[in-house]
Ligand binder design. Structure first.
Ligand SMILES: Cc1cc2nc3c(=O)[nH]c(=O)nc-3n(C[C@H](O)[C@H](O)[C@H](O)COP(=O)(O)OP(=O)(O)OC[C@H]3O[C@@H](n4cnc5c(N)ncnc54)[C@H](O)[C@@H]3O)c2cc1C
Length: 257
């Protein structure tokens, strides 16, 4: 049995020159936990060309969804950005990753902090009924350079607000906090600075960061992760993993090559 399953692209949506999302069929045997990633890719020259991708769909959904960057000279995404409905993609059979609720000590407020395509695993997690069951509040922060780059997240949250089952949960429990660094917008600045200055909590009208109540998931650029890791560690927060749950967990949104 091949390590990769062939799946059919069902839909593609381009959000900006550098971002797109797509859905694909899902093998019924492909199991994952919300927040995890798998290897996905294309067959190029008779060989699989694979990269890590977070599932943006939840594990109860029939189709798979991914939210992707377009790197113009990127080996995979220079090709992947051209996919159309009916094309075949490869999806690895094994899902993995640290952004799962089991890696966190139970808490009352869950902070999901992301930049760029780091939103993807949280798109999955905010569609998980257990997350709402186990937390009083979920804060989804998404930082981008330009307002247009927020579109996928804005659309996702809007869809959930109008969803028959999730609508009431979202209205009561989910706080969506998009922020932009390079253009005027209602929230401005880097997530790192907005947390360090307490501005984020003032903006959403909630209590400051508190190790007793807050549990955190981080997914973004290597620089964002390094800064926030240092900030949380300095405040006594302990990083969790599969063997030892902690106050926060981290996943890279991409690696610098
Ligand atoms: C755990 C994990 C999960 C990931 N999940 C996603 C995901 O859900 N969506 C997604 O688009 N990518 C994701 N990535 C990145 C992905 O694996 C590829 O790097 C990306 O698809 C580009 O592939 P490429 O072959 O075109 O270029 P690569 O050769 O892989 O990358 C070239 C360069 O592009 C930049 N780059 C790559 N990916 C990104 C990105 N997402 N955002 C900003 N800059 C980037 C980096 O500087 C990198 O050095 C993830 C990576 C990891 C490690």
């Amino acid at each position: 049995m091949s390590a990769f399953q062939k799946e059919t692209v069902l839909s593609v949506r381009h959000w900006t020159d550098s971002l797109f999302s797509f859905t694909a069929t899902r093998d019924p045997g492909f199991r994952f936990q919300n927040g995890q990633f798998a290897m996905i890719g294309l067959e190029v020259g008779g060989k699989p060309l694979m990269r890590a991708y977070s599932m943006a769909s939840a594990n109860h959904e029939e189709a798979l969804e991914f939210f992707s960057i377009k790197v113009q000279d990127g080996p995979l995404t220079s090709r992947l950005q051209k996919i159309r409905e009916g094309d075949i993609i490869l999806v690895g059979r094994k899902a993995t990753g640290t952004l799962i609720t089991g890696n966190l000590i139970p808490g009352r407020r869950l902070l999901l902090l992301s930049t760029g395509t780091g939103l993807a695993p949280f798109a999955s997690l905010i569609k998980d009924p257990d997350v709402y069951e186990n937390c009083e509040t979920i804060v989804l922060a998404h930082g981008c350079r330009q307002v247009s780059e927020l579109a996928y997240g804005e659309h996702l949250v809007e869809d959930l607000r109008n969803h028959e089952f999730f609508g009431p949960l979202i209205r009561d429990k989910l706080v969506y906090y998009p922020t932009v660094t390079r253009e005027p917008f209602r929230n401005r600045g880097r997530i790192t600075d907005l947390i360090a200055s307490n501005q984020l909590f003032e903006d959403i009208g909630q209590a400051s960061l508190d190790i007793e109540t807050d549990r955190i998931m981080l997914c973004g650029s290597p620089a964002m992760l390094e800064e926030l890791h240092a900030m949380f560690a300095a405040r006594g927060f302990v990083e969790g993993n599969h063997s030892q749950p902690g106050h926060f967990v981290i996943e890279k949104a991409f690696v610098e090559r």
